[in-house]
Design a protein around this ligand. Structure first.
Ligand code: SF4
Length: 321
């Protein structure tokens, strides 16, 4: 079936007595013409890549701009030595979200979920919970199938791209996907998954995309934290029985509408919000100068290499342009 309406997925789930993850699995088999095992193994591969990326984090890494790096480790050092305000689990989620955002900014391998900029949200909530509750891997894969339904509906009705719909579409979508997965893992019903998605999207509605110097670093890395915390709050509310007064598909449509109306300055152009603060502009200028310097060095460097590779010609002055 087409995954373009949470309501349709929910109705089908209730009529057929099928979990959302099963509906997505069947849809994947049909769309990609693969066996159940092949679909399952692809999802396992994605999950393991996510865990490997989290485990590969190093607090010593810094992004090329120098703006990002080491914060994930700071928070993990903090919760290991202090009683953090939100408790250890919350601190682990924060640390994991920062670490994955930093992995992305430092060009490490990540799983875009749904995008690279928002890659920290899902692992931030799923990995600490998986470890704490010792959840079987297959159940984590089921939760990932649930996230696919949510991401697919948002992509088809609204957007998952910051350039098209602002950060509400990127971190907001990741947060909604994570909220749905958490609700599922907490034993929530399909209807509760839909409420969790609606609540998560509503809470981040209108969030603009304003990356400093056009780099997916500031404020992106820390926004993954709010996406993760929002997902936990939305899932806990939904499982507790709190309902979204606005149906989930209408919430997603509203997010699409807000995204389309956002001025271009707030859609990944680095022309608005934090990107044009005095500090944001100074960073941009510094990056432009360093890019220019880097380009000059590269050109000189390649001329030197060319000369070294063709000594005869150079000696004859043939290529010493
Ligand atoms: S601010 Fe823009 S680039 Fe950064 S995470 Fe949000 S949508 Fe992505």
């Amino acid at each position: 079936m087409d995954l373009d309406s949470m309501k349709r997925i929910l109705d089908y789930s209730e009529q057929e007595h099928k979990a959302i993850w099963e509906i997505v699995l069947e849809s994947d088999m049909e769309n990609r013409m693969v066996s159940r095992e092949a679909s399952w193994e692809k999802m396992r591969h994605t999950w393991r890549a996510m865990v490997e990326s989290a485990d590969a984090y190093s607090g010593d890494l810094r992004s090329r701009s120098g703006l990002v790096g080491g914060d994930g480790r700071k928070v993990s050092d903090y919760y290991e030595t202090h009683a953090s305000i939100g408790g250890t689990f919350t601190a682990q989620v924060i640390s994991q979200a920062l670490a994955m955002g930093e992995n992305n900014a430092c060009m490490r391998r990540i799983v875009a979920a749904p995008t690279a900029g928002s890659c920290g949200v899902m692992p931030a909530v799923l990995i600490p919970l998986w470890r704490r509750e010792k959840i079987p891997e297959d159940r984590m894969l089921e939760a990932l199938y649930v996230t696919c339904a949510i991401g697919s509906v948002i992509a088809s009705r609204a957007s998952i791209s910051g350039a098209a719909g602002g950060c509400q579409a990127e971190v907001g979508s990741a947060s909604a996907m994570a909220a749905g997965a958490l609700t599922y893992l907490q034993g929530g019903s399909s209807a509760q998954i839909c409420h969790a998605v609606a609540i998560a999207v509503k809470n981040l509605l209108g969030l603009v995309c304003d990356p400093v110097a056009g780099l997916v670093e500031v404020p992106c890395v820390k926004r993954n934290v709010i996406g993760a915390m929002n997902a936990i709050a939305a899932a806990d509310m939904a499982v507790a029985g709190v309902e979204s007064r606005i149906p989930v598909d209408e919430v997603i449509d509203a997010m699409g509408d807000v995204g389309r109306r956002l001025p271009v300055e707030f859609r990944e152009t680095a022309q608005g919000g934090l990107a044009v603060t005095p500090t944001g502009r100074a960073v941009q200028q510094r990056m432009q100068q360093s890019r220019k310097r880097y380009r000059t060095l590269t050109i000189k460097d390649s001329r030197w290499k060319l000369a070294a590779a063709q000594p005869d010609q150079t000696e004859n002055g043939a290529s010493d342009a």
